[in-house]
Design a protein around this ligand. Structure first.
Ligand SMILES: NC(=O)c1ccc[n+]([C@@H]2O[C@H](COP(=O)([O-])OP(=O)(O)OC[C@H]3O[C@@H](n4cnc5c(N)ncnc54)[C@H](O)[C@@H]3O)[C@@H](O)[C@H]2O)c1
Length: 291
């Protein structure tokens, strides 16, 4: 176990809930903070459901699942983050929201606490600049769904100390994850490929080149990917894809990262993907009905 004993997760939506499962399952005391009680309630239910399935599949014992749940502290009070050795931000992809969060965390957390951001596209150096401790700040980008995917892109900002990166790296391995080092670069490694690639798939749907299910099938059968780009977009959320595109296009001006108009129309219609029951596909429970 690393010298980090308590991990805080700020924001428990799509990503934060998964990262919290990873931390609690690995034996860390896990403080999960969100401004919304309903988000905490949903995360706890998702956690229990996920752990119950892990027991059914023989991945965990009943005792390990119960111990994981016991590691959770769920809170709407920011001051509870003061007991954390590492805080991972998974709040909205908005620089002002993240600056506001880290400015407040800097007041309640002791000096040794390392701050990390799970941002997909914002600059680690820019987020760190509003944290009051940019030497103890690092990018830790988990992949969706975090409780299943092992990759974490570790990105030092310009002022991140080597000691901070080393401690966060050790904690990442103690979480059972596989860290990979990247520069503080828009999209790091994964989204540098994925954002334009997924946009190309959306533009194919817009242009009527093929149906979503046929595009996904072609990519899965032709490239051996476990998921097609439109299935993945439904999992990520179309609203999140818009934010990713806006952030990446704003920094790079790369045309393939600009958000296709169809995304905004789908968001306006409430077709956000799995979370709203309809995106490129429709969903009932966990089942997908292809078009
Ligand atoms: N969705 C993805 O596929 C994905 C993948 C990797 C990384 N990320 C990154 O993870 C972060 C979160 O994305 P998400 O998709 O989980 O978002 P989300 O909208 O699903 O969840 C965000 C959560 O943060 C909470 N929140 C917002 N402001 C807060 C604050 N000031 N304090 C505490 N809680 C607050 C919200 O109530 C919500 O529960 C973003 O930085 C995003 O770029 C997302």
């Amino acid at each position: 176990m690393s010298e980090i004993k308590t991990i805080g997760i700020a924001g428990c939506g799509t990503m934060g809930a998964g990262i919290a499962i990873v931390a609690a399952r690995a034996g860390f005391r896990t403080v999960v903070y969100d401004t919304r009680q309903d988000a905490l309630d949903r995360a706890l239910k998702q956690t229990k459901d996920f752990l119950a399935k892990s027991v059914q599949r023989g991945k965990l014992t009943e005792e390990q699942a119960a111990a994981s749940v016991n590691n959770f502290v769920l809170t709407t009070s920011l001051s509870d983050m003061g007991s954390c050795d590492l805080v991972i931000d998974a709040v909205f992809e908005d620089l002002r929201v993240k600056h506001d969060l880290f400015g407040k965390l800097n007041e309640v957390c002791p000096p040794h606490t390392i701050f990390a951001s799970n941002t997909s596209t914002l600059s680690i150096t820019e987020i760190a600049a509003g944290s009051g401790r940019d030497d103890r700040f690092v990018g830790m980008h988990f992949c969706l769904p975090a409780q299943l995917m092992k990759l974490v892109e570790m990105s030092p900002g310009l002022n991140t100390s080597e000691e901070t990166l080393a401690k966060a790296w050790t904690a990442c391995e103690a979480l059972g994850q596989k860290p990979v080092k990247t520069k503080d670069n828009p999209g790091f490694i994964l989204n540098y490929f994925l954002v334009p690639f997924n946009n190309d798939a959306i533009r194919m749907v817009e242009a009527g080149v093929a149906e979503p299910a046929d595009i996904d099938r072609a990519i899965k059968e032709g490239l051996g990917y476990p998921m097609g780009p439109l299935e993945l977009l439904d999992l990520v959320g179309l609203d999140t894809q818009l934010l990713l595109c806006e952030a990446m296009y704003g920094i790079t001006n790369e045309p393939r990262t600009a958000c296709p108009p169809l995304v905004k129309r789908m968001i306006a219609a409430g077709h956000l993907g799995r979370k709203s029951g309809r995106g490129f596909y429709t969903y009932q429970g966990n089942a997908m009905f292809g078009s």
